[in-house]
Ligand binder design. Structure first.
Ligand code: NAD
Ligand code: GLY
Length: 360
């Protein structure tokens, strides 16, 4: 088993990674929730038939009463209506303040269940059991929980750290290729922004099979990098923003495709390539970086380029959470492995993106 500690004062927790650990989940959850009698497990319609039975057995063996809520798979479930429905189900099953919520699934389940845990009864304990690559390397660690609003993604949310993150790398075997590739966009991002050795390691493993042979190392490295950023900047006011490399431009691509054509991971992959090219044009990024990043993402079936109009770029920049007034912080690479925020007027960034405009 591999283990990392997210050492936040008063809210420290472990990230445990072990093949087959769903079977021992009950004992692990008991350690961090000693007073809980009931667990409210949130999962989705794809994950439920695969893993809920095994998890439920393990939790019940540890003496918990388990209530499961199964939400429809997909981003559309990360919404206020589904959140309100979970609140009602939690009350209907008799959840109390000493009980806990468990998220079994990808980032959608984790973000929604986490926000439900943060808000029900003014906050109950929460355990993350992530089952997608994206959730294992990113969304389950760091305490950002949210739902989407009509105005945009993740607009209503909280910081609510889990008491434990428990991940079983074997659960990744059942992911569709496209979902695995989405997670790889975030994995490659860690190499780009923090660790050039890790980037080279990934570049030398240009397929799902090759990555899976080293999956424990991949998960550990990503979670270790994320854990350090979260401890340094839990509330996303400084260094944590570096995790948004490729995301500002990526949001424009998601929007350009009406959130249907491109997945988040595909948009981030192309967004990282564009951000690297932007960095070169601004004299910040070495000229060979874009080609290296494009090779790494396209090897995994992710796009290196997505058509986008200036209007979509402009709207994404104006909505960007890293904007303050008319200024935006775009994340650029000084080299592969070292990211820096670059503050500039929104209008200047929009102007800089003109050469990247291409209609579909
Ligand atoms: P997801 O939760 O929709 O999962 C992707 C698909 O995989 C779904 O259809 C799901 O049912 C299925 N699935 C999950 N585990 C499976 C398994 N083991 N085998 C087979 N199928 C499985 O999407 P995601 O990519 O995991 O997460 C995306 C969400 O995460 C977005 O809402 C995004 O905003 C959020 N996110 C949050 C943070 C954060 O810090 N909180 C960070 C990044 C992304
Ligand atoms: N995924 C970005 C963050 O956790 O800050």
């Amino acid at each position: 088993m591999r283990q990392l500690r997210v050492d936040l004062p008063g809210r420290a927790y472990d990230i445990l990674m072990e093949r087959g650990c769903l079977e021992s989940a009950g004992a692990r959850v008991r350690e961090v929730c000693p007073r809980a009698r009931r667990l409210f497990v949130v999962t989705d319609t794809n994950v439920q038939p695969l893993y809920l039975g095994r998890l439920r057995e393990s939790l019940e063996r540890a003496g918990f009463q388990v209530t499961a809520a199964v939400i429809p798979a997909g981003e559309a479930s990360k919404c206020p209506r589904q959140l309100a429905s979970l609140w009602e189900e939690m009350m209907a099953c008799g959840l109390t303040r000493t009980d806990a919520v468990v998220a079994l699934g990808g980032g959608v389940v984790g973000d929604l269940a986490g926000f439900a845990a943060a808000t029900i009864l003014r906050g109950v304990d929460f355990v993350q059991i992530p089952t997608t690559l994206l959730a294992q390397v990113d969304s389950s660690v760091g305490g950002k929980v949210a739902v989407d609003l009509n105005h945009g993604k993740n607009l209503a949310g909280a910081f609510w750290q889990p008491r434990l993150v428990l991940m079983d790398p074997d659960t990744l075997d059942t992911l569709p290729d496209a979902t695995f590739a989405d997670g790889m966009a975030e994995v490659i991002k860690y190499g780009c922004i923090f660790d050039k050795t890790f980037f080279a390691f990934l570049a030398a493993r240009p397929s799902r099979g090759a990555v899976m042979e080293e999956i424990e190392h991949v998960l550990y490295t990503c979670c270790d990098l994320k854990r350090q950023v979260v401890v340094e900047d839990e509330r996303d006011r400084g260094r944590r923003m570096l995790l948004n490399f490729g995301h500002t431009i990526g949001h424009a691509y998601e929007k350009a495709g009406n959130y249907q054509t491109w997945t988040h991971g595909q948009a981030v992959a192309a967004g990282m390539c564009a951000a690297a090219k932007l960095g070169v044009a601004m004299g910040v990024t070495p000229p060979d970086a874009p080609e290296q990043i494009e090779a790494a993402v396209t090897a995994l079936g992710l796009p290196g380029d997505i058509p986008c109009s200036l209007r979509d770029y402009a709207e994404a920049i104006c909505l960007d959470k890293k904007s303050a007034g008319d200024q935006v912080s775009v994340i650029l690479l000084e080299e592969i492995g070292r990211a820096v925020p670059h503050k500039m007027p929104q209008a200047q960034l929009i102007e800089r993106l003109k050469p990247f405009c291409r209609e579909a």
